[in-house]
Design a protein around this ligand. Structure first.
Ligand code: GLC
Ligand code: MG
Length: 650
């Protein structure tokens, strides 16, 4: 059997199994047999291995039989149909599964003013350890992103908006290790952290300015905006032009060593950086890099509109035709087309977005950018970016205007401000709404405490992202500012212009200093209402405004397809009532009617008649006074007290 050539013999292949006799070697029907050609030695000695199967003719005969043909085609068609079915199913799943929403579109943003949140070292000023001690609270109230006002090294003239080192933490707040730990612990809880980014000006104590002011010949000579006196008399009396600072008075300060003036659009302790200087641009890219690398999730760019001015310092700004007063030192008396919104600013924001911000954005760690601009809605919304992306959204501070000079809101007024933003933002953009911040009086003070609950319902049921200023969730009100406690430099000695009122310590408990500090005194006084308006008391009270706030944030989180990104249609809107429905753009989600009464008296209205898509009754899921939750209400005669708001499932 050595050296056998193994071949398949044509004769043997194709015998019916039954015809095959058992061979000498034991091969029998049913075995798969192969004939092995053993060479020329003679047939008798050949071991016979037989292959059993169909002959070609037989195969052909079967393949033509109708039964087999039908069977074959049926299998083929089923396979093709199955394949198409799988394809269609997969496509349907892909199309009908809603895309994941980016974190900044669903988050409730919470603004923390570090000086006033929680003092851990008893100096009467809040600090980072204090914030870290309160992380449970953030989770408790259901916020997902924390924006911290500046904690960089600062002389504190503008309470942190005058930075002397962008890479250092001010010792008032702790040190870099405290910051790193705070960042880590916030992020471990799945929340995001935003910092202020302050590119328009530094502190006059920044190392760059210390150099820059010395001479016209040093590495930092053009880090700031310097201009020659405009006349030859006493140079101090010859500022380059008539430009005014935002808080009044000349925007120029004379520097003897250079015999030049430097520009400061805010305080003289805040010299404006020169954004036409590539070194300055690079410095600020590096600053962004530094904090992004640490894991910061984004920035709020401060005073972005003031980044650039005309380079022709001989030009005066023209009088503002709309100004009615007669104070020539007053910022509003001039029209600021040479110093604000100057061409080129948007390109700078674009470059941050497409540069550092995109560079550090990864799947699951998108870096977010917002800007602060005070202007008409047209101009503010242009910071979304017209052709190229800029901010994810510019803060909608225009929404503060829902309250008029008399401290009233109204359905029509609020609708106007909602619509104006939505209409003017670029198509497909994500709206956002703000009712208070550290530069303005608190919402509860402006609209009156009786309407603060309604404002929560409004802010948290509008489309887009809300930003809540610390303490607003409790309905905290401004403290009264008198001459003796006035601190805000922007007020220039006038308590009425002070922003201090909205910056008072957070009210945690009914204890001394509202549980904010165990020191002897706080940097600004605690509001006298702290014994009733505080976290501890309100947590225990099921009907408190704080528990309303929590209910709203958890409702928002449960209904993220309906509230942050869903559709909104008005129902009844008049002086008193603002009402709208909220629904997802996809089917299969709940639909709600939100209604609120800004009026001074109760109001009974027929929503059912107004909107034929509404049912006759619905279930209250959130009642602003927390006393009608779960009630079934008739939509054809629905009563709301003054200042009351309801979210009704329909
Ligand atoms: C930003 C801050 C404000 C500060 C100003 C000038 O606008 O919000 O508090 O005073 O910049 O630095
Ligand atoms: Mg402290």
């Amino acid at each position: 059997m050595d050296n056998k050539a193994y071949t398949y013999s044509g004769e043997e292949i194709g015998h019916e199994l039954a015809d095959v006799p058992a061979a000498d070697d034991g091969t029998k029907a049913g075995d798969i047999a192969v004939k092995i050609d053993d060479g020329p030695e003679g047939d008798a000695e050949k071991p016979t291995v037989v292959y059993i199967g169909l002959t070609r003719e037989e195969l052909l005969e079967y393949s033509d039989k109708t039964g087999w043909v039908v069977a074959r085609w049926t299998i083929l068609i089923l396979l093709i149909l199955g394949w198409f079915g799988i394809l269609a199913g997969a496509t349907y799943i892909m199309v009908s599964t809603p895309r994941c929403l980016p974190w900044w579109q669903t988050a409730v943003f919470y603004q923390v003013y570090p000086r006033s949140f929680k003092d851990s070292d008893n100096d009467g000023i809040g600090d980072m350890q204090g914030i870290e001690d309160k992380l449970d609270y953030f989770e408790d109230i259901g916020v997902q992103a924390v924006w911290m006002n500046p904690m960089y090294k600062t002389p504190g003239v503008d309470f942190g908006y005058d930075v002397s080192d962008y890479y250092e933490v001010d010792s008032t707040f702790g040190d870099m290790a405290d910051f790193d730990r705070l960042l880590l612990t916030i992020k471990q809880r799945g929340m995001k952290v935003l910092l202020d980014y302050i590119p328009n000006h530094s502190s006059h104590h920044h190392a760059w300015f210390n150099e820059s002011r010395l001479s016209v010949n040093n590495d930092y000579k053009s880090h700031y905006i310097w201009a020659d006196p405009s006349c030859t008399g006493n140079p101090k009396d010859c500022p380059p032009n008539n430009w005014l600072s935002v808080w009044g008075g000349s925007a120029w300060e004379y520097e003897e060593d250079r015999n030049q003036f430097y520009l400061h659009q805010f305080l003289k302790e805040q010299p404006d950086l020169n954004w036409r200087n590539d070194d300055v641009k690079r410095e600020f890219e590096e600053i962004m890099d530094f904090w992004l690398k640490k894991g910061v999730d984004g920035f709020r760019v401060s005073a972005v509109q003031h980044l650039l001015e005309t380079e022709d310092y001989s030009k005066n700004e023209l009088p503002n035709p709309e100004y009615e007063g007669n104070d020539t030192e007053e910022y509003n008396s001039l029209y600021h087309n040479l110093t604000k919104e100057y061409p080129g600013v948007h390109e700078i924001v674009q470059s941050w977005r497409s540069g550092e911000m995109d560079h550090y954005s990864t799947t699951g760690a998108y870096r977010f950018l917002t800007v602060e601009a005070h202007d008409s809605v047209d101009i503010v919304t242009s910071y979304y970016g017209v052709e190229r992306e800029e901010a994810n959204f510019p803060h909608n501070l225009n929404f503060l205007q829902i309250v008029d000079e008399n401290g009233s809101g109204s359905g029509t007024r609020v609708k106007h401000h909602i619509d104006e933003w939505k209409e003017k933002m670029p198509e497909g953009s994500h709206p956002n709404f703000v009712l208070s911040n550290h530069d303005n009086s608190r919402i509860a003070t402006r609209i009156g405490a009786g309407y603060a609950r309604l404002c929560h319902v409004l802010l948290l049921t509008l489309p887009g992202s809300p930003t809540i200023y610390y303490g607003d969730e409790l309905g905290m009100e401004d403290i009264e500012i008198t001459q003796d406690i006035l601190l805000d430099p922007a007020a220039k000695g006038d308590p009425a212009k002070s922003r201090d009122g909205a910056r008072s310590p957070m009210q945690w408990t009914s204890e001394r200093l509202a549980g904010f500090s165990n020191g002897s005194k706080t940097w600004l006084p605690v509001h006298p209402n702290y014994e009733t308006v505080n976290v501890e008391v309100m947590e225990k009270d099921d009907q408190s405004i704080l528990n309303l706030f929590k209910k709203l944030t958890s409702f928002r989180a449960d209904e993220e397809r309906v509230i942050p990104v869903g559709e909104m249609d008005y129902v009844i809107v008049n002086e008193d009532i603002l009402s709208y429905t909220r629904a997802a753009t996809l089917s299969g989600y709940n639909r709600y009617l939100v209604t609120m009464n800004f009026g001074r008296g109760g109001s009974t209205d027929d929503y059912f008649e107004q909107d034929d898509t509404l049912p006759i009754e619905g279930e209250v899921v959130i009642s602003s006074h927390m006393d009608r939750n779960g009630d079934t209400v008739q939509l054809n005669k629905l009563f709301l007290q003054a200042g009351e708001a309801l979210v009704i499932k329909i």
